[in-house]
Design a protein around this ligand. Structure first.
Ligand SMILES: C[S@@+](CC[C@H](N)C(=O)[O-])C[C@H]1O[C@@H](n2cnc3c(N)ncnc32)[C@H](O)[C@@H]1O
Length: 458
């Protein structure tokens, strides 16, 4: 019997609009797009995911789809090295360039299949649909289907003996970490990058009280780590400006200035103001200087919410000249941010050795400039959220050599930073690693990578 056509049925759309309407399709498409923008065009992930100015497709999505995009792109970047290796095992030959989004579509699908709780069927079918809708990827629709189905069938074999820690770290970063910290710590650092960072708060008042009120755990030198997840704005104390979000390690450099009450302190490279808030809350008269007007605006908004008063100056430190020297200076210099990979999994894939070189030149220039901005006998703290010795230990050695006779290192005592002995180096510097514990309980594992050094002007 031949089947009669059903004239009541809507004809299939030939423009792919039916596929585009499939639940979850838009989120996958946006995820592949954003992944491509990050890894090929080196656009920072934060910018792409900005709800005001980010990727237009992302902004058009509903809240749950946005969360899905964040999760997919995050997993694709955290496990990028593993996914590349898995594709090498699955593909007989390289996929030629100029095939549109094929590789990004595959990466996004594999991240869902292996690292997120997405059923294989959904991940494969949406990836195949996506390839079918992309003009240049269309010829590879069959390949996308075949590769992903094979991964589903042969998952155990294909993922056997993957050295995740090594694969997920680009060679140049691995080399510097291995040289600086040894293989064991390099592996632990890489492994820490697979976990999302916790949420830490700095508080204006008594931190023990906020540990109790927010049911958190104490970490570092008076920070509170939240254990429950939820919207920050909805938490007790946010509206009253009782605390601000700041990683436990990022809160340590200000501690190195000691009691700052009543002192005139220059907070250099200040925005968005985590350290400014610490200084102002401790009673310092703060002059917060930053090159970026828009970031300074955010700093002012943050201080307003916290009910803290500071002076702000929008200026390039390379041109600024203070009218008189300060009692103390904090320089939180621009850096590669490799200490924040847990929060910014794009960093290993958008930064290059050249960036570190350029940034360390700027750091040296800023250090040499601000050394005269502190009164004789005053303290200077230099810090970066970087794991690279070029932006930390080596930078400081060179600074000390250039400024011999003018400054001396004031070694850090672990007592000043909440007893975190691991975070103090033999030279008396601060060196936090993402694999370190910030307290006593299991929830306290992990902190941003940070470097800090303290000098006194003689
Ligand atoms: C690591 S962030 C500062 C974070 C901030 N201290 C905090 O705790 O919230 C570095 C800052 O340096 C600023 N910056 C970069 N180059 C600068 C320069 N030449 N002069 C002044 N600020 C600069 C950037 O705009 C950025 O806000």
């Amino acid at each position: 019997m031949t089947r009669q056509p059903n004239n009541n049925r809507k004809p299939a759309a030939s423009d792919g609009s039916q596929t585009a309407d499939k639940p979850g399709f838009a989120a996958r498409k946006v995820a592949a797009d954003i992944l491509g923008n990050v890894v090929h065009k080196k656009r920072p992930l934060d910018g792409e995911l900005d709800t005001q100015s980010g990727h237009s497709g992302f902004r058009a999505l509903a809240g749950n789809d946005r969360s899905l995009v964040r999760a997919i792109v995050g997993a694709s970047l955290r496990h990028r090295g593993e996914i590349v290796e898995i594709l090498t095992r699955l593909l007989d030959r390289d996929i030629p360039e100029k095939t549109g989004r094929v590789l990004d579509i595959l990466h996004v699908a594999i991240a869902q299949m292996l690292f997120l709780d997405v059923p294989d069927r959904a991940a494969v079918s949406l990836a195949v649909d996506h390839a079918g809708l992309d003009r240049r990827a269309r010829p590879y629709k069959g390949l996308v289907n075949g590769v992903l189905r094979r991964l589903g069938r042969e998952r155990a074999d294909v993922t056997d003996e993957l050295d995740a820690e090594r694969l997920n770290t680009p060679d140049w970063l691995w080399t510097t970490w291995q040289e600086a910290y040894g293989e064991d710590l390099a592996r632990k650092i890489s492994s820490a990058h697979q976990r999302e960072a916790g949420l830490d708060l700095s508080v204006k008042g008594d931190s023990a009280e906020w540990v109790q009120r927010l049911e958190g755990v104490p970490v570092g030198a008076g920070s509170v780590r939240l254990v429950k997840k939820g919207a920050v704005e909805a938490l007790e104390g946010f509206g009253d400006g009782a605390w601000w979000v700041q990683d436990v390690a990022a809160a340590l450099p200000v501690r190195l200035l000691g009691d700052v009450a009543g002192l005139n302190v220059a907070d250099l490279c200040a925005a968005p103001g985590g350290k400014t808030a610490q200084l102002a809350a401790a009673g310092a008269n703060v002059t917060a200087i930053d090159i970026s007007k828009s970031r300074l605006k955010r700093l002012s908004e943050n201080m307003q919410r916290l009910g803290l008063s500071v002076s702000t100056v929008a200026s390039d430190l390379r041109r600024y000249e203070p009218s008189e020297p300060f009692d103390a200076v904090l320089l939180d210099a621009p850096c590669s941010a490799t200490g924040t990979i847990r929060r910014h999994p794009d960093v290993p894939w958008i930064k290059k050795p050249y960036d570190i070189e350029k940034l360390s030149e700027i750091q040296a220039e800023l250090l040499d400039r601000v050394v005269d901005w502190v009164k004789p006998g005053g303290l200077i703290v230099y810090c970066t959220c970087s794991l690279e010795p070029a932006e930390g230990e080596a930078q400081v050695s060179a600074f000390l050599a250039r400024q011999a006779g003018k400054i001396e290192v004031v070694e850090i005592d672990a007592v000043e930073i909440g007893g975190l002995t691991k975070c103090v180096t033999a030279e008396g510097y601060l060196r936090c690693l993402p694999c370190y514990e910030a307290g006593e309980t299991p929830e306290t594992l992990g902190m941003d990578g940070f470097f800090g050094a303290r000098f006194r002007r003689s």
